[in-house]
Design a protein around this ligand. Structure first.
Ligand code: B12
Length: 214
């Protein structure tokens, strides 16, 4: 079976909510030393996006959406130690604070970005999900990070991303940090409107962006 076929099987395992198959394929990817980023983006990631489309079309309901997400997370957990080990011995490329903004509990994409940044030598503080803008700024100050990365998957919580920049401006410390945004609804237009420093559409682009800002 070639790589493209395996990616398709991975995507199908998420859509079919087949955890056993997903974990088997994740382990196969490790054993066969496949490109783990492609495994996430073209394989399991494609699957969870299809689950989202099915939910959108009314073919899947919330339990199926949750189940697909949990299987995706477990599959990514199998790959994470290998992804991280490639960056563990390098000198730090910089310090990044990551969080999903207040009101939003989507964690999968943000966690993958954290893993990839760590794999590329960044020190990452991951504050998790549903984090208030005030807390993000306070931790950024106390931990003296270089980059603040704010994730959101919901259009309704995008405004809370902007709050992070507004608080930094109010405190007169906007120039002390680079602020980057991410998540499916984020566009360059939104980044420009908020005066953020950039956004990235996936984990690989996030690493490139973080490196370019250091
Ligand atoms: C999985 C999922 C869930 C899971 C989340 C589980 C978890 N632990 O994360 C569960 C079931 C819990 C869930 C809940 C909800 N969800 Co949901 N969910 C999804 C789904 C299907 C996939 C998201 C995902 O994980 N994608 C895969 C990852 C790899 O991609 P990603 O998140 O985009 O991340 C990549 C990039 O965006 C980027 N990135 C991400 N973050 C960052 C940060 C930085 C700094 C950078 C640089 C880059 C970056 O890199 C990542 C890696 O490549 C999407 C559909 C979709 N197409 O996105 C809907 C979706 C996001 N959900 C949606 C909704 C509406 C909800 C609910 C409100 C449903 C409900 N009625 O309760 C709740 C939200 C509750 C809340 N308050 O947050 C809508 C949002 C609509 C909108 N425009 O606002 C979507 C788009 C579905 C849809 N088509 O309608 N959801």
């Amino acid at each position: 079976m070639d790589a493209e076929e395996i990616y398709k099987e991975m995507a199908d395992s998420i859509v079919n909510l087949d955890q056993e198959k997903a974990l088997k394929l994740a382990n196969q990817a490790l054993n066969e030393e496949m490109d783990l980023l492609k495994v996430i983006e073209k394989g399991f990631g494609e699957g969870i996006r299809k689950v989202g489309d099915l939910w959108d079309d009314g073919e899947f309901f919330l339990p199926e959406l949750m189940s697909g997400a949990q299987i995706m997370e477990k599959a990514v957990d199998v790959l994470t130690p290998k992804l991280q080990s490639s960056g563990s011995e390098r000198q730090s490329s910089g310090k990044v604070l990551l969080a999903t903004i207040e009101g939003d509990i989507h964690s999968i994409g943000k966690t993958i970005v954290a893993t990839m940044l760590r794999a590329n030598g960044f020190q990452v503080i991951d504050l998790g999900t549903d984090v208030k803008a005030e807390k993000i700024v306070n931790v950024a100050i106390n931990a003296n990070v270089d980059i603040i990365g704010v994730s959101t998957l919901l259009t309704t919580t995008m405004l809370n991303q902007k709050k992070v920049i507004e608080i930094l401006e109010q405190k007169n410390i906007r120039n002390n940090f680079k602020v980057i945004f991410g998540g499916a609804p984020v566009t360059q237009g939104w980044v420009d409107e908020c005066h953020a420093d950039g956004y990235a559409e996936n984990a690989v682009e996030s690493v490139k962006l973080a490196k370019s800002l250091m």
